[in-house]
Design a protein around this ligand. Structure first.
Ligand SMILES: Nc1nc2c(ncn2[C@@H]2O[C@H](COP(=O)(O)OP(=O)(O)OP(=O)(O)O)[C@@H](O)[C@H]2O)c(=O)[nH]1
Ligand SMILES: [Mg+2]
Length: 259
């Protein structure tokens, strides 16, 4: 899992030598859940099943649609007693993370809620795009992720690994998961939806999305209030008005993308 364009499908392609679709533009690429099953007799007696998910902040689907798709898949497999051996959460190390962009942070928090803290030890926070940053800058970003944004998960035994875009590196990342493949784990979202019969919006991940919508609606009301104040003024400040209108439009776009 992870934001759009963070390299999820690329990782699967490199690890499996399979050719699933990878993005080439700023547009999101994967729009459905993809399953690729592979056997690696040299690494494991079992088949390894990779599950590719569409990223949040998708240019074609809202976050709610993506969350619905992932939750339906997780619930359906959980009902069939299929559990995950591990979850890779992808993050572009080349992204400027100080402070982390609001959308990236929001998606990270939603991911945390979706897993639940009892599954954090099964999460590998995987950084990509190391060829796009120098080692020093990359290390600086990585430290900030570890000690700040990912601290919650790292404190509960999530691991972080660097994906260097080759098969060897993919296997190093997968190795601990293959070792513990017999100890599979339940995600909080699966327990909430299947065992406790919660509706999606009642789950912790759904609530995290709902909180974001509330915040956006409030921001929109604030901007609208400021536009009204500006219109009441006698002086004609076209520049401020344009800024407020642009802000309002941007909030509308973000709301559309979310629900
Ligand atoms: N330079 C560089 N480019 C990479 C790396 N990993 C992935 N990419 C490129 O980043 C773009 C997005 O990668 P994808 O694998 O499609 O990303 P994704 O997370 O599957 O994105 P969605 O399917 O939209 O959620 C593609 O053009 C990849 O070739 C990397 O380590 N370095
Ligand atoms: Mg993809």
């Amino acid at each position: 899992m992870g934001p759009t364009g963070s390299g999820k499908s690329t990782f699967i392609n490199v690890a499996t030598e399979y050719n699933t679709e990878v993005g080439h533009s700023l547009e999101s690429c994967t729009s459905e859940i993809g399953i690729i099953k592979i056997s690696y007799p040299e690494l494991s007696d079992c088949d390894i099943v990779f599950v590719d998910t569409p990223g949040f902040d998708n240019t074609h689907k809202s976050d709610l649609d993506i969350l619905k798709m992932i939750s339906e898949w997780l619930s359906a497999t959980y009902k069939k007693k299929i559990l995950l051996s591990g979850i890779l959460y992808f993050h572009r190390i080349s992204d400027n993370i100080s402070p982390m962009a609001g959308t990236t942070l929001k998606n990270l928090r939603m991911f945390e809620e979706l897993c639940g803290k009892n599954a954090f030890h099964n999460v590998i926070l995987t950084t990509t795009m190391w060829d796009e940053v120098g080692e020093d800058l990359g290390k600086q970003y990585e430290d900030e992720l570890i000690h700040k944004y990912w601290k919650n998960m790292m404190d509960r035994k999530s691991k972080t690994m660097r994906f260097k875009n080759d098969r060897h590196s993919a296997f190093l990342i997968l190795a601990p998961l293959l070792e513990s493949a017999n100890k599979r784990h339940t995600l909080l979202l699966q327990q909430e939806m299947v065992d406790m019969h919660y509706q999606l919006l009642e789950t912790s991940a759904g609530q995290a999305l709902f909180t974001k919508v509330e915040a956006l609606v409030k921001q929109k009301q604030d901007v609208l209030g400021r536009i009204r104040d500006e219109m009441k003024r006698t002086s004609d400040d076209q520049e401020t008005m344009n800024v407020l209108r642009a802000e309002f439009q941007q909030l509308n776009i973000e709301l559309d993308r979310t629900v």
